[in-house]
Design a protein around this ligand. Structure first.
Ligand code: NAD
Ligand code: UDP
Length: 309
């Protein structure tokens, strides 16, 4: 049994990670400021003897005793991270500094939840880890993209300068139960609209692509990365390489939800990446990891979660 800190543990991915770590037999400390996550996401864990939750903002220093740190704290929905962009940059940069400082003091291993957004609006497709990206420093998404890029830089500098044991995972679009219905990200938005019989809002002409990974697959990958040999630090892509257009996603959700909703088009937000698909060769080779849940199966499970609410 290890004592493990999960920052952002009351969020979507964090809550699934906490659950999986407890199932394996670890002791889990979940830290969150509840900006985007909620106690409801971990309500079923509150009575678990090896689970603890602490309200804390990672822009402030934290002193706790742990052996592993998963640093997930950061709003991931464009609607949430753009609502307070200065805070988003602070969360990414100060949060990384504080978790790296903590890991250094404790001799702990720290895993950073980085993102495909560090590739920006990519000209290389699919994206391998060696691609350096095309990112705006001044656009609406920069607080998140540049914040995450700076966090990666800090991770590698703490590794070089202070020999901190680091792991960097670039997560591609991940979805599943416990996303918020008002999250603004495409999967919960489309499912909520389809279940309510409302118009399904495709931004732009819907020809932009994304590749969607079911949360259970991603969580398995994060744990595999944390448990991998210390020499393998990443960055490593994690996501499902099955690429679809946003319009195809809308049609699939409407069909699987048995909905009569219509698709309507709304303006494409600034800097919306045209295409995104992970090259997961490295994760396959180094971690023997690849997704196992197909899009229709994952969407069906997620629709069932939302319809039960
Ligand atoms: P989420 O928004 O559901 O969860 C993030 C959690 O972090 C929330 O509970 C929020 O309250 C918490 N948080 C935000 N700022 C904080 C702060 N300053 N201090 C403490 N807690 C704070 O997002 P998610 O989808 O679960 O994503 C988790 C992590 O994975 C994020 O770092 C995100 O950038 C990364 N990621 C997610 C995706 C995805 O598709 N879901 C893709 C790429 C990267
Ligand atoms: N999107 C959409 N309708 C919505 C929400 C999002 O068409 O109601 C589009 C969005 O413009 C983007 C894609 O879906 O092209 C994925 O958006 P999301 O916010 O989920 O993630 P990200 O853009 O960060 O990959």
């Amino acid at each position: 049994m290890k004592r493990i800190l999960v920052t952002g543990g009351a969020g979507f991915i964090g809550s699934h990670l906490c659950q999986r770590l407890l199932d394996i037999g670890h002791d889990v400390l979940c830290v969150d400021n509840f900006f985007a996550g909620s106690r409801d996401n971990v309500a079923h864990l509150l009575n678990h003897p090896h689970f603890e939750i602490m309200r804390h903002d990672v822009t402030e220093p934290l002193r706790v005793e742990v052996e592993q740190i998963y640093n997930l704290a950061c709003p991931a929905s464009p609607v949430f991270y753009q609502s307070d962009p200065i805070k988003t940059t602070k969360t990414n940069v100060l949060g990384a500094l504080h978790m790296l400082g903590l890991a250094r003091n404790l001799g702990a291993t720290v895993l950073q939840a980085s993102t495909s957004e560090i590739y920006g609006d990519p000209e290389v497709h699919p994206q391998p880890e060696s691609y350096r990206g095309l990112v705006s420093t001044t656009g609406l998404r920069a607080c998140y993209d540049e914040g995450k890029r700076c966090a990666e830089t800090l991770f590698f500098d703490y590794w070089r300068q202070h020999s901190v044991a680091i792991k960097v995972v670039r997560i591609f679009n991940t979805y599943g139960p416990r996303m918020r219905s008002d999250d603004g990200r495409v999967v919960p938005s489309f499912i909520t609209q389809a279940l309510r019989g409302e118009d399904v809002t495709v931004f732009g002409d819907g020809s932009q692509t994304r590749s969607f990974c079911y949360v259970d697959d991603l969580v398995a990958g994060l744990i595999a990365m944390m448990e991998s040999p210390e020499a393998f630090i990443g960055p490593v892509n994690m996501g499902n390489p099955h690429e679809v257009t946003v319009r195809e996603l809308a049609e699939t959700v409407i069909r699987l939800a048995g909905s009569h909703s219509h698709i309507v088009h709304q303006p494409l937000p600034d800097d919306d990446p045209r295409q995104r698909c992970p090259d997961i060769t490295l994760a396959r080779d180094q971690l023997d990891w690849q997704p196992t849940v197909g899009l229709e199966e994952g969407l069906t499970r997620t629709i069932s979660y939302f319809s039960g609410r």
